[in-house]
Design a protein around this ligand. Structure first.
Ligand SMILES: [Fe+2]
Length: 256
């Protein structure tokens, strides 16, 4: 076990966790080179500022695919959901970039898996893991924003208004756009360094922010699912910690 009881409790309380310095520099250098080669092959349209994303089959990003295990990220995610196994939820790895020149602080967050053509239910997963390739110790660098504790806010929303409330709304995963929106608290930028790892609950409201720092922001995101997630999808919407037994145990331990 690498995660401390306090880290497990923080994940349970806030819905996310930044684990510092997990990924070693040689692997970061390989990852950065692979991401930069992808960006060079498929540059953003001329003049584009702000977010620009790449969703690639894992076979097209062999270093990132290897890094999921080699860096310890998958093992760390496994510590959150044990005894369930965990792996990539879909057939993609995301390289998210943010290009200098977009001055933006998000007013609300969303959860992923909505707004997909032909879908009849959310394309949910268990948690998001991210490997930071750059310095995001200051806001305004394209940082992901999160609404701490909003995984439990979404749990309350789905319990009260049904698990299909967002699907029925037509506003994607944006609970903030519902009539009579739930109070999901205040958003804040996640601050982290190169080599840190973000672990974020699927139900955590999040959004993109602007980049005025003069650098291209890059991060590698993995959407992970506990084994058997599709069969318990609806249940995870009304019981946010259903797949996170170690987190639940830490929150109910005597020192919690
Ligand atoms: Fe998202």
């Amino acid at each position: 076990m690498t995660l401390t009881a306090e880290q497990l409790r923080a994940f349970g309380r806030d819905g996310y966790l930044v684990v510092p310095g997990l990924v070693p520099e040689p692997l970061l250098a390989e990852l950065t080179a692979e991401a930069d080669a992808l960006i060079a092959r498929q540059p953003a349209p001329e003049g584009k500022v702000g977010f620009h994303h790449y969703f690639e089959h894992p076979s097209a990003l062999p270093v990132a695919h290897r890094a999921l295990r080699e860096s310890g990220v998958l093992a760390l995610a496994g510590e959150l959901v044990a005894p369930l196994a965990v792996d990539l939820a879909f057939d993609h790895i995301q390289v998210a970039t943010s290009i200098h020149g977009w001055d933006h602080s998000p007013g609300g967050g969303h959860i992923d898996g909505y707004g997909i053509e032909g879908q009849t239910e959310p394309h949910s997963f268990t948690l998001l893991a991210g490997i930071y390739l750059g310095d995001e110790t200051e806001p305004g660098r394209g940082n992901i924003w999160v609404w701490p504790g909003s995984h439990l806010g979404h749990e309350r929303l789905f319990r009260k208004r049904g698990v299909d409330v967002l699907m029925a709304s037509g506003n994607g995963g944006h609970a903030c756009m519902l009539p009579d929106p739930p109070d999901l608290g205040r958003g804040e930028p996640v601050l982290a360094r190169r080599g840190d790892v973000l672990l974020a609950h699927y139900l955590l409201a999040h959004n993109q922010s602007g980049n005025m720092a003069g650098l291209l922001r890059r991060i590698v995101y993995y959407r992970l699912a506990a084994a058997g997630h599709p069969e318990r999808r609806a249940a995870t919407q009304t019981d946010a910690l259903l797949e996170f037994a170690p987190v639940r145990a830490a929150l109910t331990s005597p020192e919690a």
